[in-house]
Design a binder for this molecule. Sequence first.
Ligand SMILES: Nc1ncnc2c1ncn2[C@@H]1O[C@H](COP(=O)(O)OP(=O)(O)OP(=O)(O)O)[C@@H](O)[C@H]1O
Ligand SMILES: [Mg+2]
Length: 269
Amino acid sequence: MNQIEPHGLQPEITKHSGVGLVTIAGLSVVFGDAKSQTIALQTTDLTLEPGTFTAVIGPSGCGKSTLLNAVAGFTAPTSGSIHVDGREVSTPHPSVGVIFQNFALFPWFTARGNVEFALKRFGLSRKERRERAMAALAEVGLEEHSRKFPGQLSGGMKQRVAIARTLAADPDVLLMDEPFGALDAQTRLRMHELLTDIWMRRRKTVLFVTHDVDEALRLADTIEVMATSPGRIIQTVSVSLKRPRPVDRMSEDFLELRGQLLSLLRNED
Ligand SMILES: Nc1ncnc2c1ncn2[C@@H]1O[C@H](COP(=O)(O)OP(=O)(O)OP(=O)(O)O)[C@@H](O)[C@H]1O
Ligand SMILES: [Mg+2]
């Protein structure tokens, strides 16, 4: 019997666990003093349902990182509030994992050491930490490289260690700020496949910031398009393309959405 899958997603996709609800209400972030103010983010309302994948795109300086940093608890709202599963965000919290472009690995720890170090705050035994770190490294295909130091790993591998480190802590929400921006095109495509695969299995709520329309279209269910001065969301675009989404077979729908997004961004530039 044929069943229609919600959002056109594939049947093997895991059902989300019901946690990871992000509620952003009346959020604004203003930097500077009375003389010179930047409205990095104008009053914004946004809900990320548990297990959804949302991309945020927009020109440089439109407030993408500001939005992500506020959800992470790194930047305090000037007004409004952010809740994750009912908990108000005021400082960073283990239920929200963050991945940046520049990996932020400790060079003096091995790949496994970096992941283990991030698990220290969970009160696990040494053995449990090791097992969890190895499982996370296996999940990103780095089992064989667990004893290497960051200096011995490629850019893509380093970012996989950073992803493993975040996954090992098992957050409910994953925030990613241009995580693949520094990687070459080929590696980036492989990382998209890996992230799609992880998301389909784990169903974390993901907020993914990028400059790249194609990257957003490959990964997300929903794309929030932002504009600058003041930073704000100008459009929400639903992406109901089936996953995985291969780049060598871009469908008509993909191309139509891409045209729509590029023209939105062009008008804002
Ligand atoms: N700590 C800060 N102090 C003062 N102004 C800031 C601060 N952080 C960001 N801004 C300003 O807020 C605005 C939004 O910055 P933000 O970094 O969020 O943009 P972005 O969309 O992430 O840009 P990019 O695509 O270049 O990363 C910019 O005008 C920026 O200069
Ligand atoms: Mg940014």
